[in-house]
Design a protein around this ligand. Sequence first.
Ligand code: TEU
Ligand code: CA
Length: 558
Amino acid sequence: VRETAWWKQAVVYQIYPRSFSDSNGDGIGDLPGITARLDYLKTLGVDVIWLSPHFDSPNADNGYDIRDYRKVMSEFGTMADFDRMLAGMKARGMRLIIDLVVNHTSDEHAWFVESRGSRDNPKRDYYIWRDGRGEAGERPPNNYPSFFGGPAWKRDDSTGQYYLHYFAEKQPDLNWENPEVRAEVFDLMRFWLDKGVSGFRMDVIPFISKQPGLPDLAPEQIDHPEFVYASGPRIHEYLQTMHREVLAPYDAMSVGEAFGVDFEQAPLFTDARRGELSMIFHFDIVRLDRDNWRKTDWTLPQLKATYTTIDRTAGAHGWNTSFLCNHDNPRAVSHFGDDDPAWHARSAKALATLMLTQRATPFLYQGDELGMTNYPFERIEQYDDVEVKGLWRTLVETGRVPAAELLAHLRQTSRDHARTPMQWSADAHGGFTTGTPWLAVNPNHREINAAAQLGEPDSVYHHHRRLIELRHRTPALVYGAYADIDPEHPRVFAYTRTLDDERYLVLINFGREPVTYALPPDIRIADTLIDNGAGASTANGQASVSLAGWQATVYRLH
Ligand code: TEU
Ligand code: CA
């Protein structure tokens, strides 16, 4: 039996509000700015919008450090603006999911302000406090590193104890062992569900259960602590309770950011019979060519093998996400495609074809529907990201890595590539703001922008729109079995999607050179459903297909 769900059929679009659309000229995107762009999203065909954090925050990590879960960030607007935005989405038949960031809060959250006050404060146990090691407690309680540089522990002057922070010092980790913390989180989730949101994207959710006794990491675990952080013993108990008590009564969707979860563990989170999460984000594709901040090489067979593994591990009762970018990663076309102006549009469309024809819910990141590219960063001062600043401090300022080396990698890997403002038009600052943008707009907005692409039927935008429409009317592209028919081919990604007696073939040429691709004997093309404008069409029943550079085509098979 096919297990159908509204969120399996949906196409999701991620908005990073700070960089989407500025309505009042202060250089920062905001909620009225989003409301003004809803028709653009509706025309594209998206069903669900995922909004990165919109809550009150001192912005140590652009909103992933929340000060008040029930208040809208003042730069983004008011609760009335939120309500208007949500009503506008609903009026157009779109849903909203919001970001649930509950592994940690801001250090300015009222809970933490109280918690740090004294050892016997009633909120002390909302966070994770420990004595230091050494005679005078001068060394942290264990050797955990933080993701943004330095140890994951900060000594607090008021009581002399250390608190745990997996990310920045301004992001203290909550203590989920405390039932009051769990009740507070479930409550704030209901607050937003009652307002009408349809679910949550859950930030580093596997990290909420900590290792008992917080033992030191073994030397081989230090470089990738996420695998230890993501495997606390109570994670599934917490998620099952959350599902039963909060999500299920609202038929809410949930997507967990599964940083540190390896393939074998995936079904524990997403097997529907266990009642935990709807789906998770695997990191294995966007981080295929990464070792922390270092860019490494990748090959097409490696990418294909990863897709196959992800599909298999979901199993019959699990579900996956499909994404090539988000606010933490370089731009899809610069990363997996070819952002040279001659190949930019066609390769962006090829990647859209890959992204939107998986057995998984697609998550399209803002600007990728235009093929927005990486920013040409040159100097450290051009970056904003707390992660970049932490790397600079701990690697370059300590002399461990030469500045030029880190900069060369950041030019390909930095999170800021995805955070430059949306390119709405060829106007100043890409039409994002009438003021000064908080982060520079990519100079290529004169060529790559929404206004130009809306008026051009063959644009990257309209190709996304057509692919989304095709997916919506073709259940086999949502639910059909996935099979890579040629895992070793170094240039062509070839896979079928099969549902009952309907069968489709996707062919993507990952490169500039044309390829003549011989079809396996059991594959007979009936007709072409969509092609990324490369022109070469294939006659019914042909034994091989000529693919132009970066050509991507979806065929119906006999
Ligand atoms: O990110 C999780 C995460 O750990 C990585 O993707 C992170 O971006 C970093 O590159 C690890 O090296 C989530 C959010 O998506 C991210 O924006 C936040 O900064 C982070 O959690 C903390 O909330
Ligand atoms: Ca604004």
